[in-house]
Write a protein that binds this ligand. Structure first.
Ligand SMILES: Cc1cc2nc3c(=O)[nH]c(=O)nc-3n(C[C@H](O)[C@H](O)[C@H](O)COP(=O)(O)O)c2cc1C
Ligand code: SF4
Length: 480
């Protein structure tokens, strides 16, 4: 699609989203302008979003593939490395048996990972002074699969009428007790202290995508000190932050949050046939009203979002002295079309229920609205990879017009990791390397394979997993 074609489609679909007519280079680009965070400087307005590879060693250490990915992050040209990837704070909280883990026996490995990132950046750009790198800390909660791929061992904040069946939650014992929550908090604090000792400049206390701390934000129905009121539902965060301040003074804290959500979606059964998935439709929520099972969802109609508590949450972050905030939405497990808009769904997803551009615009508008109110926060926006050829044209306009401070890129980095450098240095793109939202990087891990950009990153085409992925895609009726 030509730039004119794209702008006209954007004008018809999301007319408020700005898109420049050309890519600006060097100092003339709004994306090149540095940003201050206390005494630290973030050298430009690009962030690499966290992305797991499902490719660590069984003991939670990074593998060669993990190191390669972090080197690519270092070569990207982005000056904010938001967390690298989700790293579990305890073995039971791993989303897969190959997720990285913070533990005494992985510290050397994590240090190596950070060094690989910094060295690659230093070699390519001559300095790491204005690079801000963090580690994303997580517990996968409902989506934990610590021992075996595709064997769920969920731990949850509350019983969920629409998700329990999908995620293997059948007993109240799978809900964390308040005593277990105290252990969880301690695990986050210890992991943050380790990250600080390893030299990471911030930790992200991950609150997004349906994982455990995100689930706590929506624990309206949970009794006791960690559920019910907004104050109770944010207690885990407040206790973690207090612990980090105590144990790792000087370490910056960031939060990535799914600031809004919808009810879970599923493929429309009436439009699905055989392996062919129909378009996504909301689960029947009629028996779950008022909908008190999420964060940032409209209780009376959970097909809509509600930012009332999102605002309260950002206010709380500011009060806690947290300025680094990364806004995402929903979950890749239960409403992937809003979390990572794509033309082609992952194997466990559904056909797009809307123009993916609407999904991008939804997230952008929310960041814009919140940025206008929370001027002192550094807000990173998400979900822009679907913009493909015109990602830079939109990104520079978003920053110039004050929609967000930093543009975060996820899938695009797996396909074309040095796009930010090309934009700022050359003002042009290598079109063959652009992410086309094929979703193989999500389909692969859903089927127990390492994640990466199989279609466009030649390194993955040569792995044995590439042949297995083709089989998986054939089985679900997709072009291999
Ligand atoms: C393979 C893959 C792994 C991901 N892993 C993480 C993760 O570990 N932590 C996280 O917060 N988000 C994760 N995400 C979500 C991305 O950070 C990002 O929000 C999402 O891909 C939408 O941005 P994009 O349109 O630029 O891809 C992952 C996404 C993909 C595709
Ligand atoms: S597999 Fe590659 S092209 Fe497909 S969505 Fe992932 S990064 Fe993009």
């Amino acid at each position: 699609m030509s730039l004119e074609g794209f702008r006209s489609h954007l004008g018809a679909t999301a007319p408020d989203v700005p898109c420049d007519a050309e890519i600006l280079r060097g100092d003339s680009s709004p994306l090149s302008s540095p940003l201050r965070l206390g005494t630290m400087v973030i050298g430009n307005r690009w962030a690499v979003q966290p992305m797991e590879g499902w490719d660590g060693a069984a003991d939670g250490n990074p593998s060669d593939l993990t190191l390669r990915r972090w080197r690519n992050f270092g070569e990207s040209g982005a000056k904010l490395i938001w967390g690298g990837e989700a790293v579990a704070v305890s073995p039971d909280g791993r989303a897969n048996p190959n997720q990285l883990l913070v533990a005494p026996h992985t510290l050397k490995g994590l240090e190596k990972l950070r060094r690989a990132l910094l060295e690659a950046h230093q070699e390519r750009f001559g300095s790491t002074e204005d690079l801000l790198e963090g580690l994303q800390l997580t517990h996968s909660g409902r989506f934990s699969q610590p021992h075996k791929k595709n064997r769920s061992e969920p731990r949850v904040a509350f019983r969920h009428p629409l998700l329990d069946g999908r995620t293997g939650v059948a007993r109240d014992e799978q809900v964390l007790t308040d005593g277990e929550v105290a252990g969880l908090i301690e695990n986050f604090v210890v992991a943050a202290r380790h990250a600080h000792e390893l030299g990471f400049r911030f930790v992200d206390i991950k609150h997004c995508h349906g994982y455990l701390l995100h689930e706590f934000l929506g624990a309206h129905t949970r009794p006791g000190r960690y559920g019910g009121s907004f104050e109770n539902r944010t207690r885990v965060l407040r206790e973690i932050v207090a612990g980090v301040r105590r144990e790792a003074p000087g370490l910056e804290v960031g939060v990535r949050v799914s600031i809004f959500d919808f009810v879970p979606f599923r493929p429309d059964p009436s439009a699905s046939s055989g392996a062919r998935l129909g378009p996504g439709v909301p689960e029947d929520f009629s028996g779950a009203l008022p909908y008190r099972y999420g964060f940032g969802v409209d209780e009376s109609d959970p097909r809509r979002h509600d930012l009332t508590e999102g605002r309260q949450f950002l206010k709380l972050l500011a009060e806690l002295g947290i300025r680094l905030v990364n806004l995402s939405a929903g979950s890749p497990y239960y409403n992937p079309h809003m979390q990572r808009p794509a033309l082609y769904p992952p194997s466990d997803g559904y056909d797009p229920p809307e123009d993916p551009l609407l999904g991008v615009a939804r997230q952008l508008r929310v960041v814009r609205e919140l940025k206008a109110e929370f001027r002192d926060l550094i807000l990173v926006g998400s979900a822009v990879s679907y913009l493909q050829d015109y990602l830079p044209h939109v990104a520079q306009a978003l920053v110039r017009d004050g929609w967000m401070d930093v543009v975060g890129i996820g899938r695009m980095v797996l396909a074309y990791w040095d796009l930010p450098a090309d934009v700022l240095e050359k003002g042009e793109l290598q079109r063959k390397r652009l992410c086309r939202t094929f979703s193989d990087c999500t389909t692969a891990p859903r089927n127990g394979l390492v994640s990466g950009c199989y279609p466009l990153d030649r390194h993955y085409a040569s792995l044995p997993e590439a042949a297995k992925l083709k089989e998986v895609k054939r089985a679900v009726g997709r072009k291999p």
